[in-house]
Design a protein around this ligand. Structure first.
Ligand SMILES: Cc1ncc(COP(=O)(O)O)c(C=O)c1O
Length: 390
């Protein structure tokens, strides 16, 4: 059994300490400071988009983004069900209706055929989620949206730095959302942002984030119903320092992920998810694998994960309940629509949650080649034992 811990997260040092003290001593902790604007510009430049608007967190970013692209109560928004709850709960929070599409078995990304199958005259938007850090099938999803005049809100909460056809994602749909929550590859503990190449949507997103204000207008003149979703200067100051580290950390994850995927070929019954050929860079927020219990003597997913954990390997079961089966979603009601997910069936999503899907978190991929070898050795050991007669 391995005793040595895997790399801890977040990674920080004197630069973050200095930046925080600078904000503290400036007395400009919120409005009036320069760090939010500085980070927004730096992140927009890094992504290669026209506009970034910061906010409190990724969940709020989805709500703001949906409102900025014109989603109204009772509109339908197509979402995957193999994702974090916020992807669907934000739709409900603004009074709209999440409609679930299935995922593809090899990639766990939103299945464009399934999206097409659930489009109705009430559909207003699609939220492709870049689960684990690789883009969904952007070409097909953007075409479906363009052909039917639907808005695309990219949920890139997990995908900082991912590329599609050689270009960083974040400006392909109408708007993309980002999370800087503790686990994310770019973090300030909490935080979120939206990115867009559409100036009008960017202005509306900024306004909704900032109490419905308009830049260059009176402070107490509010134009649209917004809220206070402003990020603090402390968060922006940390993000500026963390952004400088992202590329170096990505290189380490790229190398370890490629090596781990190669070595996992030795473990029959564990297969990393596939990426689309257009995915020229994966953010590796999660290293997601498919588990086949038949290759492990019929041991179910949950028990397998616990056994691997006992070997000192931080394998996680990931999402275990599809969003359409969560009590929070099932028990929610809207006064003007009959929400009923009791008959929703998404076979690939359900299998991913209950039988197949499991992952390593991004910080595991910041380890050494030896760490990756330890993972594979532990999996081979568990496999050997699970196939032995009881
Ligand atoms: C896919 C996805 N969407 C949205 C969110 C919400 O982000 P946050 O936790 O910053 O609210 C997260 C992160 O937890 C996520 O993983």
């Amino acid at each position: 059994m391995r005793k040595k811990p895997f790399p801890s997260w977040p990674i920080f040092g004197k630069a973050e300490e200095k930046a925080l003290i600078e904000v503290l001593r400036s007395g400009k902790w919120g409005i009036g400071g320069e760090k939010n604007a500085e980070f927004s510009q730096a992140y927009a430049k890094w992504l290669g988009v026209r506009r970034v608007v910061t906010c409190t967190n990724g969940t709020a970013a989805i709500e703001i983004a949906l409102r900025a692209v014109g989603v109204k109560p009772a509109d339908e928004v197509i979402v995957p069900s193999y994702t974090f709850v916020a992807t669907a709960s934000s739709v409900l929070s603004i009074g709209a209706v999440p409609v679930f599409a299935d995922i593809e078995p090899e990639t766990y990304m939103m299945d464009p055929d399934s999206v097409e199958a659930v489009i109705t005259p009430k559909t207003k938007a699609i939220i492709p989620v870049y689960i684990g850090g690789g883009p969904a099938d952007l070409d097909r999803i953007l075409k479906i949206a363009r052909d039917r005049d639907l808005r695309v809100v990219e949920d890139a909460a997990q995908a900082h730095g991912a590329e599609w056809n050689g270009k960083r994602i974040g400006g392909d749909g109408d708007i993309a959302i980002w999370s800087f929550q503790s686990s994310k590859n770019l973090t300030a503990g909490e935080g979120g942002a939206m990115s867009t190449n559409n100036e009008e949507i960017g202005e509306d997103a900024w306004s909704i984030m900032n109490c419905g204000r308009r830049k260059d207008r009176q402070w107490y003149e509010h134009f649209i119903l917004g809220s206070n979703f402003r990020m603090t200067e402390f968060q922006a100051a940390i993000l500026l320092k963390q952004l400088a580290k992202v590329e170096g950390q990505m290189k380490i994850r790229d190398k370890n992920a490629a090596y781990l995927a190669k070595r996992l070929k030795e473990v029959e019954g564990i297969a990393p998810l596939e990426a689309y050929p257009q995915t020229t860079r994966h953010a590796h927020h999660l290293f997601i694998m498919r588990y086949d219990q038949n290759a492990f003597g019929g041991v179910p997913k949950e028990k397998f994960v616990k056994t691997v954990n006992k070997e000192g390997i931080p394998l996680a079961p990931g999402y275990t309940i599809p969003l359409h089966e969560l009590p929070a979603i099932r028990n929610y009601s809207l006064p003007y629509v009959n929400l009923d997910y009791s008959t929703t069936k998404l076979p690939v999503t359900e299998r991913a949650c209950k039988e197949e899907g499991m992952w390593f978190h991004q910080s595991v991929l910041l380890g050494t080649r030896r760490d990756m070898d330890d993972i594979v050795d532990a999996l081979l050991k568990v496999k050997k034992h699970s196939n032995e007669p009881a």
